[in-house]
Design a protein around this ligand. Structure first.
Ligand code: ZN
Length: 478
């Protein structure tokens, strides 16, 4: 009998193999090192394998860890300070982010809290898109999470005072520094921590980088053979900039400069029309849909249904804490299903069984890790979660004639039902508690850093009495 390191037995298994959810009743998963050695029925595996540790998963679901394909973990300290308004960036985020971003230590404390929040809700892989990523990545090392990281590259001046509608004035020197940081990130970190860390390039948006910079990034992505993770058509503010600068909308512009292919992971597509979206999908690019974030920031449901007509490379992302406001993939699955049904006025679209794949199997393909993660399959990396189905929001479990497990995970789970999390073969959360960092200490330190930031931000808001958030404060609405 072969001895494994870890084995889960008697689980309701969702393997995500094939095109459905790959359900196995009384299933088992065996792990050796950082890889999945065997998946199947418990009886079958018990005949062939024993393990250092066997976990009885009766009454629990075991499934692939969730993938958050777009998160800015460094923004966590400004959670909840910028919603229910127009011009979210100028009237909400900028004053806060200018203060926050001067203090890397505060950014790091927020980021770690964000990672803990997500792990507790079942996320095992993060596409973290932030700055300075060479430092933020240390949080993922510490937490034991899988990360596909990109430095956010833009040529926006450090002091942001562009008024709504004005064309951004680029600061090429700032841009060079950021690009260099992305190159350093790749050189220093790609493939590290047993392959748990991989890196991409991260232009913030076609409106925030010059054409010269975008072209350089594109050829660097070829040179380093990696993906380009980028906001695309993220709101009318971007389209307005593109029309003013080039007389073109974002997607036709990106097509012209050779961006539309498999390397591109296009985030949002908020303002893309259906034709543009189908075209982008047909060229092989992936899409990340951030339903909660775009719903709150823009009141828009991006054209994901159009994307799916041409491609399955669609993943979900939680985006940033100041405009979502949570980083919880169960929340994203639920919002994605409901908002898209509403957009289509059709309850049959975005069914739970498809949406759960957008946070697992399809997400892995979208971010370029399809061979490594996303399904429970022999030979893949051991990233999985165990969910306690006896929690009130997930009970009762009904197996026939209609099985309610997947609909309840998508429409009823809150994330706090995730009991255990294994990443790269290592137990990162057990008995609902993160094992790699001290959760309470992480939250306390993030709170202290945020409190320190408050006074300085108040000064920046002093000239902004007549902005929506300040009016809400004055009217006692916040
Ligand atoms: Zn984003």
């Amino acid at each position: 009998m072969k001895k494994l390191d870890l084995m889960f037995t008697h689980a309701w298994l969702l393997t995500m193999q094939g095109t459905g959810v790959g359900f196995i009743n009384d299933g088992a998963v065996g792990i050796l090192g950082n890889r999945i050695e065997a998946v199947g029925e418990t009886g079958e595996l018990m005949e062939k394998y024993t393990a250092e540790r066997i976990i009885d998963a009766s009454g629990k679901v075991v499934m692939p860890g969730l993938i958050d394909a777009h998160i800015h973990s460094g923004d966590a300290l400004i959670r909840g300070v910028s919603q229910d308004i127009n011009n979210w960036m100028q009237h909400g985020i900028w004053p806060y982010s200018q203060v926050l971003r001067k203090d890397t230590d505060a950014v790091l404390k927020g980021s770690l809290m964000n990672i803990v929040e997500a792990v507790k809700a079942g996320t095992t892989t993060f596409c973290d898109f932030d700055s300075p990523m060479t430092e933020i990545i240390q949080n993922h090392v510490k937490a034991g999470t899988r990360v596909r990281a990109a430095e956010m590259i833009n040529e926006m001046p450090a002091v942001k005072n562009t008024k709504v509608g004005e064309l951004y004035v680029f600061d090429p020197e700032e841009g060079r520094k950021r690009l260099q940081r992305n190159i350093d990130l790749i050189k220093e970190w790609n493939g590290k921590e047993n392959g748990r860390i991989t890196c991409m390039f991260g232009p913030q948006g076609a409106d925030m980088c010059s054409e010269e910079m975008l072209k350089e990034i594109r050829s660097l992505a070829e040179e380093y053979d990696t993906s380009i993770h980028m906001h695309v058509a993220q709101g009318d503010r971007e389209i307005n900039q593109m029309i003013q600068r080039y007389g073109k909308r974002t997607i036709p512009y990106l097509d012209e400069i050779g961006y539309l292919d498999e390397r591109l992971i296009a985030v949002h597509l908020t303002e893309a029309d259906e034709e543009e979206t189908e075209y982008l999908a047909s060229k092989g690019a992936g899409m990340v849909l951030c339903s909660g974030s775009i719903g709150i920031i823009d009141g828009i449901v991006p054209p994901a249904a159009a994307f799916l007509r041409k491609s399955t490379r669609l993943a979900l992302g939680s985006d940033q804490a100041p405009g979502n406001n949570c980083n919880n993939m169960f929340n994203e699955m639920k919002l994605t299903a409901i908002l898209n049904k509403c957009r289509a006025k059709d309850p049959t679209v975005f069914p739970a069984g498809k949406v759960i794949r957008m946070a697992t199997a399809e997400a892995a393909k979208t971010i370029g890790l399809g061979d490594e993660i996303g399904t429970l399959e022999e030979g893949k990396k051991a990233d999985l979660i165990m969910i306690d189905m006896s929690q009130p929001a997930l009970s009762p479990v009904i197996l026939s004639p209609v099985r309610n497990i997947v609909p309840n995970l998508v429409y009823s789970a809150r994330g706090n039902e995730v009991e255990m999390s294994v990443i790269d073969g290592r137990i990162v959360m057990e008995n609902f508690k993160v094992q790699t960092v001290d959760e309470k200490k992480v939250v306390k330190e993030a709170q202290e850093a945020a409190s320190k930031m408050e006074n300085e931000v108040s000064e920046l808001f002093s000239g902004m009495e007549d902005t929506p958030l300040m009016r809400m404060m004055k009217n006692g609405e916040l």
